[in-house]
Structure formats: structure tokens, C-alpha cells
Design a protein around this ligand. Structure first.
Ligand code: SF4
Ligand code: SF4
Ligand code: SF4
Length: 529
């Protein structure tokens, strides 16, 4: 049996095995995009390349049969660079948005398209969970946010933006009116204490997320009531205080403690706080440089100086965010700062290094972007959206009724990708830090084939791996799928220009599951989703 070495580890495999098989036997993960076990290797994506010592160039691990004595490099800079370049080539003419433009425009990166779909489906308990995953005070922001998400909304290119902010307010208000408004599940207690200075939007948001992570949070504020500038700066006509109070109660219910009327530096010193707590978050609102210095941290012309990635100040264990670090910003930015700092604090308290690969909705996650639509592309988006114009709420200063909210939700163009959480291309692009714009190529046209009852096909996301063609053929599809076009433009289509419904009668679900990108995806509401 042939023996080879991968990254200096010996392995013996059956004759005829590939380098990919050998790596798997060693537990070494080699990324693949176009390979599906049990199917013929097409070696079209070149993401699985490895280097054979002594040989010139790189070879695809999935299609290279081992020869006795081979020495394989899988974990070198050269191999990483080659994989990254292969991914960047695949991305260069890719057309799709992993996240909707609205989500990219929201400083808190809330998953707006998902919330809108949940509203349209009448599933408000799912919608509030979506909202509160990223926004701790949605009923508040639903009233005072200038809605940068709506400025980014694609629907504006057709008529007017979807009324996102009022939809969020509708979800949050409906939740607060239920007998037991939404409370997230908290992790087991961690035996770590966090002091949060300032019970304004940034501090409240930080407490909301850290308490969920199992840390005991105490909010300090020199005012008698929590809320910071929301209570003491925003006119009551814009933000009724009962709404603010109701959302703060939800934070309190998680177990967050409040020490109000307590001025740090007067009632209690920063040294005492440092001694009593494991970490500190400074969310104390706009500050002068000398005030920043009184917390013992370095100041910048704007306030407290922080590392933009981690929200860490110059003092280990002390973090800051909101108006304390940058003046006159949107409240939603302060709420987002609180959430981002909470993540850094969690990592600090758990003793893990700063993680660059975050959850899908993190600002740092990889996202393909298609940018401005080309002529005629809006028609594809409008296929499944309501053509009605933007709805306003019927009463002055009131929110949407259920009927109005649903009608407005149906205007959404569903710009985000249906495979955003499962796309291999996206996952590998994140792992290899690939940049979509590295190789300049004209992007393909955005097209959508929607005739199939369960499946949507977006050819601009197809990487030409051929997996679906093999699956359809093995499943005995009469028409099945085939490659059309040549070279860089090769794509999958149904022969004789027939529709996908004709090409995939039995194997559609299997093709969707195996497709490594969002090119083949289930329609919304399909049981496979
Ligand atoms: S196919 Fe993948 S990379 Fe492309 S938009 Fe969808 S999730 Fe993003
Ligand atoms: S149409 Fe919908 S998904 Fe697209 S940007 Fe607007 S709200 Fe977001
Ligand atoms: S549509 Fe078919 S060929 Fe294109 S990426 Fe998906 S599985 Fe591969």
C-alpha cells in the first residue's frame, strides 16, 4: 500500500486513493468546493490545491492519486495564497449579496430581511428574536432612528425604500404588549462581574448582551433614572418615557443590577470599581478629554481612545464605546457599540484571543456584494414582491397595524442570499480572507429562474462545479442539467432551453443541498429551508 507524508505526517492508503482521501485519514481538512464524495472529481474550482515537494506547481488534492513516497504540503503560505487566489477568481464575476444592502447600512447589522420575512409570515415571536439579537432597544430606536438602513434599501431604486424602521417598531411594540415580552435565554453564570459606567444606549446594550453570556453586570449612572441621553436628551414627544422604561425593564429582568445616583469619581472611585469587578465598560456618553483621563485611560480629541477592532482602551480590562469615544453619533451606533464591546469583553473574560472570524452578522464576516443594479435587473427582484407603493401608518405618530405591517413587508425584494448561512464559497472566502475585488471582471447579470415550484436558480452565483449535473443524471432525470457557454462563462442550464421545473423533477432537493453556493436554493417557506 502506498505511503505518503502530508505536512510531515505519515499515512498509508489504499492504492488508487487521492491526496484528499489520505488527508481525511489523517484528520487534515483540505477545503473543497466542486468535490462531492461518491461523485466524479471535476477539479474545476482549484480550491483544494496542495504542493507536492520537488514538483513544480500545485495540484488539486481531490483529483491527484497518491504515489508511494509523495510528500505533500497542505499548510504553507504558498498553498494558502493559491487557494485564496482560486476563491478570488470564483468571486470576481460572482453576482449576489450575502446580506441585504439594508443590513449593510444598519450600524448594528440587524438581519432586516429575515425580520421582514417573519413579519410577512405573521411569526412575530421569531421576528422579535431576530431584532433583539442585534438591537437591545428596538421600540426606542423604532421611534428615533434616522434609519440609515432605509437609505441603503434597494427598493429605492424602483420606488421608495421599505419602511424598515416602522416595521421594527411594529415588532417591538407588539412584543411589549404581550403578557410576557421576549426574554433571551441566558448562559450559565460565569462567576465574573462587569461594571458598566453609564446607563445610556451603549451601556444598556452592553449589559443586555453580557448578562446573556452569563456575566453579572452592574450599571452605574449618576442620574436617578436609567436611559442616559434617551431620557435626558430626547424630547418626550419623540420618545414616550413609558416605551423607554418598558425596554429597560426587559434588561433588568435578565438580572442586570442598577446603581443609580452614583457618580464614578465621586460616590465611588474608579479604583474601587476595578477592585470589585473583573472588567469595566465605559459607556458614559460624550466626555471632555480631561474627564476621559479621570478614568485612567488615554484620551483622543473625540473622547476615550480605543482600539477600533476590540473597543479596548489603553488600560487592560477596560473597554469603551458610544458617545464616550466619538461625539454626536446615531443612537443606533451607540447600541451597536455596546453589542460589539460586549463581544470583546466576553472574549477577554473567557481568555480567548480576539477572533477575526465571527458570526454571520458580524461586521467582519465575508460578504459578497453586487452593488448597483444594471438596467433591467430590478425586474428579477420585483418578480416576487408586491408592486404597491410604500405604506405609511394610518394614524399620526402611531405605528403600523398588523395589516399595514404585512402589506409593507411584502414590498421587500429579498435581496439577501438564501444560502447565506450554508454557502461554502462564503465560508471559504472568510477562512482565506479572500477579496471579491482582487481580480477585475465584469460581473455577470443578475438573473433568477423561479418557475420550479420549490427551487430558485440564480446563474450568477454558479461556480460551474457540475455537482448538480451529476446528481440529476444519477437520479435518472429525463432532461436533467448540462453545461452551456464556454470558458469563464460556462454555466448550468436545462437542455433545449427548458425550464428548471422540467429539468429537475425528482432530484431538485438533492441538488440544492449539494450546491456549494446559493445558485440553487429552496424558495422561502419550502420545507427544506
Ligand atoms: S452564493 Fe454564497 S457568496 Fe454568493 S451571495 Fe450567496 S452566500 Fe454570498
Ligand atoms: S428590499 Fe428588503 S432586503 Fe432589499 S434592501 Fe430593502 S429591506 Fe433590505
Ligand atoms: S448550480 Fe450546479 S454547477 Fe452551479 S454551483 Fe450549484 S451545483 Fe455547482
Amino acid at each position: 500500500m502506498p505511503k505518503i507524508m502530508i505536512d510531515n505526517r505519515d499515512v498509508e492508503v489504499e492504492p488508487g486513493a487521492t491526496v484528499l482521501d489520505a488527508a481525511q485519514k489523517l484528520g487534515i481538512a483540505i477545503p473543497t468546493m466542486c468535490f462531492l464524495r461518491g461523485h466524479e472529481a471535476t477539479t474545476s474550482c482549484m480550491v483544494c490545491v496542495v504542493k507536492l515537494t520537488g514538483a513544480n506547481g500545485l495540484v488539486p488534492a481531490c483529483g491527484t492519486v497518491v504515489q508511494d513516497g509523495m510528500r505533500v504540503e497542505n499548510d504553507s503560505e504558498e498553498v494558502h495564497e493559491a487557494r485564496k487566489a482560486a476563491l478570488e477568481l470564483l468571486l470576481s464575476d460572482h453576482v449576489g449579496d450575502c446580506a441585504g444592502p439594508c443590513q449593510m447600512g444598519c450600524p448594528a447589522h440587524m438581519n432586516i430581511p429575515q425580520m421582514i420575512r417573519q413579519i410577512a409570515a405573521g411569526d412575530l415571536s421569531a421576528a422579535i428574536a431576530t431584532v433583539k439579537r442585534d438591537i437591545a432597544l428596538p421600540a426606542v430606536l423604532g421611534r428615533i432612528c434616522p434609519a440609515p438602513c432605509e437609505k441603503a434599501c434597494r427598493r429605492k431604486q424602483h420606488d421608495e425604500a421599505v419602511s424598515i424602521c416602522l416595521l421594527k417598531r411594529y415588532v417591538a411594540d407588539a412584543d411589549l404588549q404581550t403578557p410576557s415580552p421576549y426574554l433571551p435565554t441566558c448562559a450559565a453564570k460565569q462567576n465574573k462581574r462587569v461594571a458598566i459606567i453609564g446607563a445610556g444606549p451603549a451601556g444598556l446594550a452592553a449589559a443586555y448582551y453580557l448578562q446573556q453570556d452569563g456575566f453579572a453586570c452592574t450599571l452605574f449612572d449618576d442620574h436617578e433614572e436609567p436611559g442616559g441621553m434617551l431620557r435626558y436628551g430626547v424630547p418626550e414627544s419623540n420618545l414616550p418615557r413609558d416605551v423607554l422604561a418598558a425596554e429597560i425593564v426587559q434588561i433588568q429582568k435578565l438580572g442586570v443590577a442598577f446603581r443609580l445616583g452614583t457618580r464614578v469619581g465621586a460616590t465611588i472611585s474608579m479604583q474601587e470599581i476595578r477592585a470589585q469587578f473583573d472588567t469595566v465598560f465605559l459607556g458614559c456618553g460624550a466626555l471632555k478629554a480631561e474627564d476621559a483621563a479621570s478614568f485612567g485611560v488615554e484620551a483622543s480629541p473625540e473622547g476615550i481612545k480605543i482600539d477600533n477592532q476590540s473597543s479596548a482602551t489603553s488600560v487592560p480590562g477596560v473597554f469603551a464605546g458610544g458617545d464616550a469615544v466619538r461625539k454626536r453619533r446615531l443612537t443606533v451606533r451607540a447600541v451597536a457599540d455596546g453589542k460589539e464591546a460586549a463581544e470583546s469583553i466576553r472574549q477577554y473574560l473567557m481568555g480567548v484571543g480576539w477572533a477575526s472570524a465571527h458570526a454571520d452578522n458580524s461586521p467582519r464576516a465575508f460578504r459578497s456584494r453586487m452593488g448597483k443594479l444594471q438596467e433591467g435587473e430590478m425586474d428579477a427582484f420585483l418578480q416576487s414582491a408586491s408592486r404597491k407603493s410604500r405604506h405609511g401608518p394610518s394614524g399620526t405618530n402611531s405605528g403600523f397595524t398588523e395589516e399595514e405591517a404585512r402589506a409593507e413587508a411584502l414590498r421587500c425584494l429579498r435581496c439577501d442570499c438564501r444560502k447565506a448561512d450554508a454557502c461554502l464559497l462564503r465560508q471559504q472566502a472568510q477562512t482565506y480572507d479572500a477579496r471579491q475585488a482582487r481580480y477585475k471582471a465584469d460581473r455577470r447579470r443578475f438573473l433568477q429562474q423561479t418557475q420550479h415550484p420549490d427551487v430558485i436558480y440564480e446563474p450568477g452565483k454558479c461556480i460551474g462545479c457540475g455537482i448538480c449535473i451529476q446528481i440529476a443524471s444519477r437520479a435518472g432525470e429525463k432532461l436533467g442539467l448540462t453545461f452551456v457557454g464556454r470558458g469563464f462563462d460556462v454555466r448550468v442550464a436545462v437542455p433545449f432551453d427548458e425550464s428548471l421545473a422540467e429539468g429537475l423533477k425528482a432530484a431538485a432537493a438533492q441538488c440544492v443541498q449539494a450546491c456549494p453556493t446559493g445558485a440553487l436554493a429552496f424558495k422561502d417557506g419550502h420545507a427544506g429551508r
